[in-house]
Design a protein. Sequence first.
Length: 805
Amino acid sequence: MEKQKTNNNLSHWNASVEGMTCAACSRRIEKQVGKMEGVSEASVNLTTEQLSVQYDPNEVAPHDMEEKIEQTGYSVRRSEAVFDVSGMTCAACANRVEKKLNKLPGVSEASVNLAMERATVHYLDGEVSVEEMEQAVDKLGYGLTERTEEETEDPREKEQRKKGWQLLVSALLTLPLVWTMVSHFGFLSFLGAHGVLMNPWVQVGLATPVQFVIGSTFYRSAYKSLRSGSANMDVLVALGTSAAYFYSLYFVLTGNASEGLYFETSAVIITLILLGKWFEAKAKGRTSRAIKSLLSLKAETALVERNGEVTEIKSEDVQEGDVVHVKPGAKVPVDGEVIDGRSSVDESMLTGESIPVEKDTGDTVIGATVNGNGRIRMRATRVGKDTALSQIVRVVEEAQGGKAEIQRLADRVSGVFVPIVIGIALLTFLTWILFVQPGSLEGALLPTIAILVIACPCALGLATPTSIMAGSGRAAENGVLFKGGQYLESTGAVETILLDKTGTITKGEPAVTDIVPAPDWTEQQLLMHAAGAEQSSEHALAQAIVQDAAQKNITLQRASSFEAVPGKGVLAVTDTGIVAVGTSAWLAERQVAGMPEGAENEKLEEQGKTVMGVAVNDRFAGWIAVADTVKETSRRAVERMQAAGLEVVMITGDNEKTARAIAAEVGIDRVIARVLPEQKSSEVTRLQREGRRVAMVGDGINDAPALATADIGMAVGTGTDIAVEAADITLMRGDLNSAADAVLMSRATMKNIKENLFFAFVYNSVGIPIAAIGLLAPWVAGAAMAFSSVSVVLNALRLQRMKIS
């Protein structure tokens, strides 16, 4: 959507409209918007789903037109912008930026992630622009820069290098001050500081650059925070270190340096906080490992046919419709369709399947997969942000940037944390100077500084997002894509998991399971005759028999004639004679000799298999059973779910007998059979009425209504269609174990978040009282504060080492 100024003081607004299905829809929108006061012209292009409006901004606004469109029964697609946010130091900063963005007209939702230092904004073009968002945040004292597809270096890496240099300079200036401090300790008196360092003015010279040059970032942030009517962590640091610095400077200026100087306190506090920030930045960078590893899979260049020549260009410059050459061993640059050549492609980065997939003309290939020994030409069908890899990265980023419900509590606490701490510090100062050590400024100042410095809202602010980042990243590395942090939070609470049978528990395609030859016949002979007769049939069961023969390298006889008998079987004439393959009733009808009186075929049918009899020249040759076979990993996956305390239920449209046979094979007790696709959502609702939290696992197409109805919807896919709208989680590898992984990863992440929040609350609850009673030196408080945030991030990083499969 975009707004442009036109002549005669009119503005031009373009918007993408969703929900139109025919020309009547577009005419209805044109009519409703066109008759609004201030609208001079409205036209809709049904093909592009674009609405174009000429309007007077003094009489009508884009949000008025959006409201009218929604009243008509359609919706306007909102734009999304992702920004890097600089200058945030604690949860209070993130809350302030988020509130400011959400208050802007036209912004429907804004979310700020402190750990990623990123903001995601959904907005209505024409009401607000990216520039207006950047200006609004700039007035708060923070930087807002829109991210682009071409961006190569994470701004956090630049910031990390900057913090490293600041830390080095600060440490070099602080070390001599620490030397003067420790030399006063009796057991370290042998380290006696050089007389020059004991000079008060030398100490001023060392401490001042640390306080006002290195520490200027704290002052700037504190000033901007107070100017906007709030307070953040930097206000506490600035107050605490300034109190120690100016207290000492006062005695130097008045010639009373012997009273005791605390320059080392302010310098050490700043240095230790910088050290903590540097460690924190390093650790937070590791939480983005999943996205970095995904991006590293992308091909850098592509060989494209341009003007009759093959030219090497950047992969991001490939356009839809381009013909791309892929050499043996090279990465496929974009998604496309093979138009010439044959090869095998390693798709393990998407599906987890280690066996290369054969590709021929007409087959789909996915960008970032690795070509085998063949050379192929392909036509690009999805490029840039539309490729499967880009979609995967986008889903992971959205999950890492989203907020879990549990974070709301931490955000509310962080919002009032700093003012409360300042109040406690002031009360402590008055208590000490009036009652504990009456008249002693030094005695009252030290515990006050310790309180201001030890209090840390950062740990609270980082507790949840760092765990969400690490957890969702680790899940993505294992082929599980959460569409948002809220799903990573809630999946672990699932009690019942509903599994669709076809394509989820089973492979979704028939295969030969049993070959039972008659006396005097071998399995190979039976399969050779059956496959020879079936090779002209397009039926799925026939193809399963032919494919099984091919896999066993059996040479087929040619059929000189072929007839398909609907509902009964096939009849073919081969080199051996007349071969009939079909139902037992049909063979009996043909009076086939040697038909067994036993119940071998009935026993196979009870197992849910389709059984076909084979007769050669009207003599019985044996039975062949075909079924949709269970995936090798399904039984283990069900066992893992049950071990995790989940009730596992299978749902299918098959008959009860077939369903029970498959369920027994994988260890499922509860089965819901004979359910049509449109009835599956009703079954989900029925389970929910039993008081259960239900997850539904399906293929994401026929099961879409049920996926949307369930508390958690998991779509099984191969990674080529990861943005299944109905699902909350996409299982890229098509392995049912991934569903168990999703539940276990969610539980581990929530446990990690609770550990972080517990530590953050306990740290502040215990640390502040200890500082208030004077048991903590200010520099010790600074060290504790610096490493409280680091410990939270390091604890979250444990999730990246978790083995879930």
